[in-house]
Structures are given as C-alpha cells and as structure tokens.
Design a protein around this ligand. Structure first.
Ligand SMILES: Nc1ncnc2c1ncn2[C@@H]1O[C@H](COP(=O)(O)OP(=O)(O)OP(=O)(O)O)[C@@H](O)[C@H]1O
Length: 251
C-alpha cells in the first residue's frame, strides 16, 4: 500500500502568461489531514484541481495513489471525493436523494445506496431530514448533506474547498468539529483549503501556507499537544498570519 498518497513534484502551472503555480513540491501521507492556506488568488484551488486531475501541470508531476490523476482519471473514480464552498446539491432531489448520488453513479444498487445515504445523513447529524428538499434546509444542513454525499462513497481522499467558509462562525465551527471527528475516526486522508487560520489550527496535522504564485511559504506541524497549549497556538497563528502576508482574507 502506498504511504505517500499524494505526491506533487516540481509542478508549474500557467494560464497563458500568468504563472499560478511555481515549482511546487509537496507530499500528503495516508491518514494525514493537510490544510492549504493562502490569500485569495494564491493558487490553492489550482493546486487542488491539479491533485484531483481536473487540470494538468505544464511541468513536473502529480501522483495520487501512484496514478497520474489527469491521465488516469478513471483509475481514481470513486477513490476521491470533494465538497465545495457552495453545497452544489440538486434542488429537485431530497436530502437522501442527493446523498446517494455518488453511490448510484458508482453502480451501487438503489436499495444499498439508499441505506448507506441514510446512514451517512444520520452520521452528520441530519436524521429526520432525509425527505426534505434543499430549499427546506439551512446553509449548514446543506453543507452536511454535501459532506454525507462526499463520504458515502468511502473515498480514500477527501478534499474540502472552503466548505465551511460561507457559514457563520458558530455553524462552521460545529460542522468543522464534526467533520474532523469523522475524518479522524475513519483515518481519512484529507486536503482542506481555507483562508481561515482557525480551521488549520483546529484540524490540521500539517498546515501549508502558499504564497502567490503557489509555492510553499510556510509549513507547520500541529499536534494535540500544541492544540492544548494556548501560547503555542497563538505563536502558530502569528507565524501563519505573517506567512499569509500579515492578514487573514475575511473570516
Ligand atoms: N482556468 C483559469 N484560467 C485563467 N486563470 C486562472 C484559471 N484558474 C485560476 N486562474 C488564476 O490563477 C490564480 C490562482 O487562482 P486560484 O483560484 O487557484 O486561487 P485561490 O488561492 O484558490 O483563490 P481563492 O481563495 O480566491 O479561491 C488566480 O489569479 C486566477 O485568476
């Protein structure tokens, strides 16, 4: 079994003459939660797209579970899941019908998909909301359906692209803690994008700050001992803020 689940080596990515990613190298180990931070436009989403294989580098290489994610898109089908800033739910489907979508696409039988989707909705604390339509759910509940949909397929790697950032602080805080608990319990490998330093401090094994164009400005390890030490957390917060250019872009 490959331990370095994600390997990015010397990757450069340009859009026309604009350099978005500059000779970036990083590794994500199996079971690790890595948070990518950076100011708006730093190239965080581009790095995620390169890892998910939805775009390809101009030079350098990306490997996910040993595969080139762009050229071997099909080999990784069902092994990666992503949840975005907006929930991207289908409004004409109920919560459970949205949550089972990935399973149905992967060919799981209807009764099995329904059962697993219901289990996941309960797991993200949405029991009782199975038959509600998207417009009947709050923003936080919609993100929970989106997470249930992402996790129901039992992916090896979960990507979250600013999944909590449109929610108010309290809602995003509880969702973040619930997600963290599930990810830890299942030992999922996660790559999270955020501009909120608190997200990184609460969830990450490792935080990587990207400067623009995307290259590593700072990399810090965070463990439970650090999390329990307010002085250490304040120090890490200051280090990350400085690497992000001195300010958090909106929080
Ligand atoms: N398909 C594209 N074509 C042209 N330019 C692009 C494309 N995708 C991204 N860019 C540019 O690359 C830069 C990095 O964008 P990216 O979305 O990766 O940044 P980000 O750090 O995720 O920003 P944000 O936090 O605002 O989402 C931006 O200047 C953006 O305009």
């Amino acid at each position: 079994m490959i331990d370095n689940l994600i390997e990015v080596k010397g990757v450069t990515k340009s859009f026309g003459s604009y350099l978005a990613v500059d000779n970036l190298s990083m590794v994500v180990r199996r079971g690790e939660i890595v948070v990518l931070l950076g100011q708006t436009g730093a190239g965080k989403s581009t790095v995620l797209n390169l890892i998910m294989g939805t775009t390809s580098p101009n030079s350098g290489s990306v490997r996910v579970a040993g595969f080139d994610p762009h050229d071997s898109f099909k080999a990784l089908k069902g092994r990666l899941s992503v949840s975005f800033q907006t929930d991207r739910l289908l409004p004409w489907r109920t919560a459970v019908e949205n949550a089972e979508l990935g399973l149905l696409i992967l060919g799981v039988s209807k009764p099995d998909a329904r059962r697993r989707a219901k289990e996941w909705l309960a797991r993200v604390r949405l029991d009782g909301a199975d038959d509600k339509y998207v417009h009947e759910l709050s923003g936080g509940m919609r993100q929970r359906v989106s997470l249930a949909r992402a996790l129901a397929i039992d992916p090896e790697i979960v990507f979250l692209d600013e999944s909590f950032s449109q929610l108010d602080h309290v809602t995003s805080g509880t969702l973040r803690r619930d997600f963290y608990q599930i990810a830890r319990e299942l030992g999922k490998t996660c790559v999270l994008i955020t501009h909120r330093i608190d997200d990184a401090l609460e969830m990450a094994d490792r935080a990587i700050v990207l400067s623009q164009p995307a290259k590593i400005a700072l990399e810090v390890h965070i463990d439970d001992a650090a999390r329990a030490d307010p002085a250490r957390i304040a120090e890490l917060h200051a280090q990350i803020a400085a690497a992000m250019g001195g300010e958090e872009s909106g929080s």
